[in-house]
Design a protein around this ligand. Structure first.
Ligand SMILES: NC(=O)c1ccc[n+]([C@@H]2O[C@H](COP(=O)([O-])OP(=O)(O)OC[C@H]3O[C@@H](n4cnc5c(N)ncnc54)[C@H](O)[C@@H]3O)[C@@H](O)[C@H]2O)c1
Length: 433
């Protein structure tokens, strides 16, 4: 089939590349010309394991086309995926849908003759599909378009695997024609035992938000139980394991750590509360999750201050990992940002190392420096904070790395064994233990 991905970010690029790998011709469009130029040179603007190889293979086979020419891409495609960002609106909780609607308006001008399926793969609040359909009303009347919701569930860092082996493919449409075409598009994926689920468009839109809000709830829940563990002398890892062995609960997303961050959970939980308000439904659980998660950032900062004896001035604090999770370069709403900003304001000196490289988020901060190696980042540190559980940090020799007599390690991901750290005479702090 001939596909067009509008927005070549994490979702558009990964889905486009994977769709091309199963034999489709895919136009990946972005308004950011720099991004398109890089991709045409074989340079991938994001860090996503495994993506480069598949991209190069399909680019060579001419199944992947990177362009900023929306008109040409749309005219030549049968299925159009909208994959643009839906960030939180400034000073509000709601999702900013300006990029989505602007694409819909462009499509209205471009589509003239041939039937096309317009799909929102971007995460959009319930009833957005209705509004897009309204914009495309004339085309809909002429049966030239169907507007479908097909939310994406891939996780950054595992995006290729998630796209090729999804747990489910959700198609929100009441059009038999669109459903039949999309079922055949996804056929090579569904064959691999993932569930193809056809529901209403609004249903598909809500499934995405409900899923993300539920996972965010699981994280916040275990983080609060971790707080209780710290007061009661219980190890949160035991609680997670004990709870997670119950199949009704499951052990995933049940690991205590920093507040959840990233490009999805924070914005999607906020947007869902806003949707609740619009439809006069008080989503109290999700409200308290958002609140709990915001409080957690302050709570962990307070803990750092306490471990360092209350005085941050000139303290050298090293962050190992700053991204919101491993195997991605994405810094959107990473908890390291408010933490580093606060600690820096209190005159501590921050050094950080992240396998995905230096971050622009800290470029204007004095005394926040990127180090090229783990050892240079840890040199002379008063405290090392294990912020992101990259594999690179799993087997560190702290005795060698940190030269000070009594250095402190704050392991926010509980990667290390407290008893082993004790044996090494290392001042070690974990989360909920
Ligand atoms: N990142 C994830 O892990 C993930 C997972 C599932 C769903 N989502 C959802 O998918 C959507 C996209 O997320 P993302 O992380 O890929 O965003 P992103 O910011 O990485 O990419 C969005 C891209 O869209 C481009 N764009 C914006 N307007 C455009 C236009 N008019 N024409 C062409 N290109 C345009 C931008 O230049 C950018 O490259 C969001 O709604 C997000 O919630 C993201």
């Amino acid at each position: 089939m001939k596909l067009c991905m509008i927005g070549t970010g994490y979702v558009g690029l990964v889905s486009g590349v994977c769709f091309s790998d199963i034999g489709n011709t895919v136009y990946c469009v972005d308004k950011d010309q720099k991004k398109i130029d890089l991709l045409n040179k074989g340079i991938i603007p994001i860090f996503e394991p495994g993506l480069e190889e598949i991209l190069k293979r399909n680019y060579k086979q001419k199944r992947l086309i990177f362009t900023s020419d929306l008109k040409k891409a749309v005219i030549n495609s049968d299925i159009i995926f909208i994959c643009v960002g839906t960030p939180t609106k400034k000073n509000a909780n709601s999702a900013d849908l300006k990029y989505v609607y602007s694409v819909a308006k462009d499509l209205k001008k471009i589509i003239k003759k041939k039937y096309k399926i317009i799909i929102t793969k971007s995460t959009v609040p319930v009833s957005t599909g209705d509004k897009i359909e309204k914009i495309l009303n004339n085309l809909k009347k002429k049966k030239l378009v169907d507007v479908v919701s097909n939310p994406e569930f891939l996780r950054e860092g595992e995006a290729i695997r998630d796209f090729i082996y999804p747990d489910r493919v959700i198609i929100g449409t009441d059009s038999n024609k669109a459903n039949r075409i999309l079922k055949s598009l996804y056929f090579p994926i569904i064959k691999k035992k993932s569930r193809y689920f056809n529901t209403s468009r609004r249903g598909a839109e809500l499934i995405k938000y409900a899923s993300n809000a539920f996972l965010a709830t699981k994280i916040s829940f275990i983080n609060e139980i971790a707080n209780l563990c710290e007061k009661t002398g219980v190890d949160i890892k035991d609680v997670s394991q004990g709870m997670g062995s119950d199949e009704r609960i499951g052990d995933r997303f049940l690991r205590a750590g920093p507040a959840y961050g990233g490009s999805c959970f924070p914005k999607d939980t906020r947007a869902l509360i806003d949707t609740g308000n619009q439809f006069k439904t008080d989503l109290t659980i999700i409200k308290s999750v958002v609140n709990s998660n915001d409080n957690r950032k302050t709570l962990l900062i307070k803990r750092v201050v306490k471990i360092l004896g209350g005085n941050l001035k000139n303290k050298i604090i090293t962050f190992l990992g700053v991204t919101f999770k491993p195997n991605t370069d994405d810094m959107r709403e990473a908890t390291s940002i408010p933490m580093i900003k606060y600690l820096n304001k209190k005159n501590s000196k921050i050094k950080y190392y992240d396998p995905s490289g230096k971050k622009v988020d800290f470029k204007d901060l004095k005394n926040v420096n990127y180090c090229n190696t783990i050892s240079s980042a840890c040199l002379n540190a008063d405290m090392v904070i294990l912020h992101t559980e990259w594999n690179d940090f799993k087997l560190l020799n702290f005795k060698k790395l940190v030269k000070k007599q009594r250095f402190k390690i704050y392991d926010m991901r509980n990667m290390y064994s407290p008893s082993r750290m004790k044996k090494l005479n290392i001042d070690y702090y974990g989360v909920g233990r």
